[in-house]
Each structure stands twice: as C-alpha cells, then as structure tokens.
Design a protein around this ligand. Structure first.
Ligand code: GAR
Length: 193
C-alpha cells in the first residue's frame, strides 16, 4: 500500500508536527512527509523538519497579518503540488487560507484547534474556555473551509479543566490530547483512501 503524502504547515514550535513525524518513523502511521512549510523564519517546526530530514521551506507571507498574499498562496499551492502532497495538515498554522489553497485541495486540508469547536474559535481558545468557567474543553480536528476554525468536524477529544488550572497548565493538557488525536485522524485518512 502506498503511503499518504503529507504537506505540513505551521507557524510555531511544531510539537504536533513532531508527534506526527515520530509516529511515521516508528512505523505506526503509513504516511510520507513530503514538505513542511512555515510562514515564520524562526519557527521551531522548521528545526523539526531538519531534524527529521524532511524537505522544508520558509514562505515569506507578504504584507497581510492574518492571511497570505494571493501570489504567495499560489506559490504555496505550486510547492505542495510539485511535492505530490495529497493531504495538507495544518499544525499551528496561524493564517487563514483562501481560494487558491481551498480550490487546489478540496476536502484535503485539515486543521487542529485547541477547543471543542464550534465553541471558542480563534486565538488562545484554552484561555477563552477557562474565562467562560467551563469544566471541560478539548481539541478538534476539522476540514478547513473559508471561515475561521469553522469547517466540518472530523474528530474531537475532551480534556477536563481543573479548579486550579492556569492558561498554561490547561494548554499543556490540551496539547497532550492533540498529539494523540492528530496522528490518529491522519491514520484514518491513510487507511481509507
Ligand atoms: C496547537 O495547540 C494547535 O491546536 C493550535 O496551535 C498550537 C500549535 O502547537 N492551533 C490553533 O490555535 C489554530 N486555530 P505546535 O506548534 O506545538 O504544534
């Protein structure tokens, strides 16, 4: 069986990317990481790509803060297509994708979000859940559409909120669940295609 070709995009430290690459290396996930791209030059995810010997690139995002410049997004499509990517995995990628990516990879872009969507989309979802007095939060993997953290939900995992939690302690607990959930979802894509 051929391996599912992954393109991984991230803006930050890349702990979820690492969890995916570790599972691939351990033979627990039948996928091939073809390309890792970041919009941040100093992002940890690019160090992880180098550590695991995966082709990687810094993509200067252009003049906007929350999205890529259209020409840059077209360039991203080209890079991913040339690398033969079948599934685009957003792992802490903090920009909203627009038509070029959505049209090139229909139902083939997934995102991980640190809340039980549709609750608490956007930034610092764990802080939002804590401030709202929730007793339970979690993480969600969903298809990416034109909205912010709004596409069809694929899988979720719940995480308890303890009375003495700080934003940091809660985020750390959610991230443990994320690192289990995301590879599991990718495994289901790899086994059902
Ligand atoms: C993860 O917690 C992920 O859920 C979040 O960014 C973090 C990336 O961590 N994504 C979002 O908030 C998307 N809206 P990582 O760089 O260590 O994988």
């Amino acid at each position: 069986m051929s391996k599912l070709a992954l393109g991984i995009l991230g803006s930050g430290k890349g702990s979820n990317c690492r969890a995916i690459l570790e599972q691939i290396r351990a033979g627990k996930l039948a996928a091939e990481p073809c390309l890792i791209v970041s919009d941040a030059l100093d992002a940890g995810i690019l160090d992880i790509a180098r550590e695991f010997d995966v082709a990687n690139a810094y993509l200067p995002p252009g003049k906007f803060r929350t999205r890529l410049e259209p020409a840059v997004e077209m360039e991203l499509v080209k890079m991913l297509e040339e690398a033969g990517v079948e599934l685009v995995v957003l792992a802490g990628f903090m920009r909203v994708l627009k038509e070029p990516m959505l049209e090139a990879f229909p139902s083939r872009i997934i995102n991980l979000h640190p809340s039980l969507l549709p609750k608490y989309p956007g930034v610092e979802a764990w802080t939002q859940a804590l401030a709202a007095g929730e007793k339970v939060t979690g993480c969600t993997v969903h298809y990416v559409d034109a909205g912010i953290d709004s596409g069809e939900i694929i899988a979720q995992r719940t995480v308890p909120i303890w009375p003495n939690d700080t934003p940091q302690s809660l985020h750390a607990r959610i991230q443990i669940a994320e690192r289990e959930l995301y590879p599991e979802v990718i495994r289901s894509f790899s086994s059902t295609r």
